[in-house]
Design a protein around this ligand. Sequence first.
Ligand SMILES: Cc1cc2nc3c(=O)[nH]c(=O)nc-3n(C[C@H](O)[C@H](O)[C@H](O)COP(=O)(O)O)c2cc1C
Length: 235
Amino acid sequence: MDFFDLVKKRRSVRKFSNENVPDEVILKALKTALLAANSSNLQPWEFYWVRDSKKKKDLVKACFSQNAAKTAQELIVAVSRIDTWKRNRNLILKNYKEKGKLIPIVEKYYNKVIPLSYTHDRIGLLGVLKKILSFFIGIVGLFKPVARGPIFKYDVFEIVTKTTALACQNFMMALVAQGYDSCPMEGFDHKRVKKILNLNSKSHVVMVLGVGKSDPKGVYGERFRIDEDLVIKII
Ligand SMILES: Cc1cc2nc3c(=O)[nH]c(=O)nc-3n(C[C@H](O)[C@H](O)[C@H](O)COP(=O)(O)O)c2cc1C
């Protein structure tokens, strides 16, 4: 199947068959997820493959026992984090150094620009300070393009979540390529999911992904997309 056929073949499956999914299939899809484009290559994602039966049961419940979770053979939780940037930044710089390719502009970017964007304190004081600073940047912005963010912690969450969603798409496409199906879900109680996974406040549950082989009645209806003229704008 070529790429375009795979894209057409992927559907959200709400009822999975009893057929097992081999571990290699999931692992290959997870490794493919990690190849997604991501902001500053900081790879702020985590994927939790929930295999423990008690945790799995709790996770299905936290997904409101919706069919796509209840019938899934495997459940993966995609999480974005605003607190792994320092570790990952150091690994990126180490890799550049080992290859002898660390140039000043890259070093400056990762040691100055990234900390400025990603550092946040618990109560949000830094966000307020950045907001005040952004007023002055806004004045400069009247005359030329300027970097206007991220300012608050939720702006950083937007960055890491955007990136993690791209990885989720890679994951789903890698499953289709191997003959398996999935359903992305945001219908869940995020507090309960975080408790199951023991996650802190610097993490965000982006999606829960149900995986399996579709039941013959697993896709609920024909695919519908609104008219492309409404959403593709050529200006
Ligand atoms: C972020 C996100 C959250 C979603 N949440 C749910 C969900 O909780 N339950 C569900 O059955 N489908 C969920 N879906 C699937 C969408 O309903 C589905 O992608 C959409 O209707 C288009 O259908 P298709 O995926 O078959 O093309 C979600 C999809 C995305 C991308």
